[in-house]
Design a binder for this molecule. Sequence first.
Ligand SMILES: [Zn+2]
Length: 184
Amino acid sequence: MRPISQSMAKKKLKQGAAAHLAYTVADLSREFPNDDACLEYIKEQRWPNSVAMCEKCNIERKHYRVAGRKAYACNRCGNHIYPLKGTLFARSATSLQTWFYVMYVMASTGSRITAKRIQRETGVTYKTAWRTLRQLRQVIVNEQLRPAHSTKEIDVPNDLNVPQEHGLSTALQRESDITTGMPA
Ligand SMILES: [Zn+2]
């Protein structure tokens, strides 16, 4: 992703698009400077403090990041867990940083964003931008259609404590919530 300057964020605030948000594009760039930071964020939403159930040990254990892989390993037996598993990011070739940026802009503009704009601001292809938007919109639609008191699965990251101003929570749902699936 291209770096987004302070002045650009300020200009956006002046235009009023994100005026209600205290969290700016500059904040986003600072908090998520790369894909590793995004992965770490998703991992913390699913498994706070890196403590997760290890299937091998059959007990909750601390996990550490496996270098070069989107995985974390049990600090006792080394069994891997995957924070992206079951989310719409899992089989996506789009960088997590791009996903995060699109989710941020969607949250700050009330979903009024075009694929053209994503293409321009992130440098991804129009096809990727269009697909990313479509999938996120689908997740949002599904979220809105869901009955308020429906039974929810345990371990759905969306139910965890994601700060609303990030606008990232809806995208952390299980992939099964997306009816359209992931195009090849
Ligand atoms: Zn283990």
